[in-house]
Ligand binder design. Sequence first.
Ligand code: DP6
Length: 326
Amino acid sequence: MMQKTARARANIALAKYWGKSDVALNLPAVPSLSLTLEPLTTTTTVTFTADLRTDSLLINGKITTGDALARASKLLARVRERAGVPLFAHVESKNEFPTASGLASSASGFAALACAASAAAGLPFSPRELSMLARASSASAARSIYPGFVALPAGKEGDSSLQAEMLFDENHWDVCMIVAVNAEGAKAIGSTSGMERSRTTSPYYNAWLAAAPSYFNEVLAGVAARDLARVGTTMEESTFAMHACAMASSPSVSYLQPATLSALETVRRLRKTESLGVYATMDAGPHVKALCLQRDADRVERGLRETPGVLRTLRAVPGRGVEVLA
Ligand code: DP6
């Protein structure tokens, strides 16, 4: 049977990707640097079978059609073409964290899908090829192929070979990401359309493009030196620049909820009054993710859990890259 299961982890960008240099090839306009996270996993099984007349997709037990199925089908079509497999596939995917709410489920989702589909089709794919394949579907997914601290360079228009690269594995640094979950359910506008609206309408888009490479370089130097203040300060700058660019779009692309601001305030207070090394980031959703050292994780988690509007917290540490399970 042509069936394989793969598991990938979410990643959170410390230096953000927002905006594309080539929409057709899905190339990011700016370099980004992320941390792959345990235990925020997606587990995906792909079965190529002669019984199907079209691809089918089940996410967390729910039949999924529309845009999500079309994106998965596009990736499957690439695998079919390369492997010379003329069969449609059934895809079953499970997330161990909230789907489509700014917790980078598309990153772990497409990384797991690229790996499971390639393995099921019998393709001898290297991490580099998996990263390229995943990137074509969702650029952040290119990073989830690798463990630990991962870079995705900006893409030059027309360069379909862009892929992520691992900088340091999951044992490099004892950091922790505490996620303050501030809402359940899908977000109002996905990252793909949010960043496209920013590119085409935000008066701050060019300023974002100009600033992003220096955020990337600073975060890279800080991660290499295990300098939390340097990484954290720049991560916050990258986050707020990205959100300012998005918010100034027309119509506005805004992911912040009241609980988001409260959680940001908690992070600032812990830093100021309790002298904790803790820094915040946010993606295309209302959650706040706090970066700190593992030894401070209990205090940070308690502070966020007690914040009004925060529903619950998740704790994650540097995690492994994608793997085939069976
Ligand atoms: C805010 O990778 O989801 O999480 O390439 O269109 O699928 P597409 O976008 P996606 O964007 C992620 C944006 C972000 C920042 C980041 O992860 O770098």
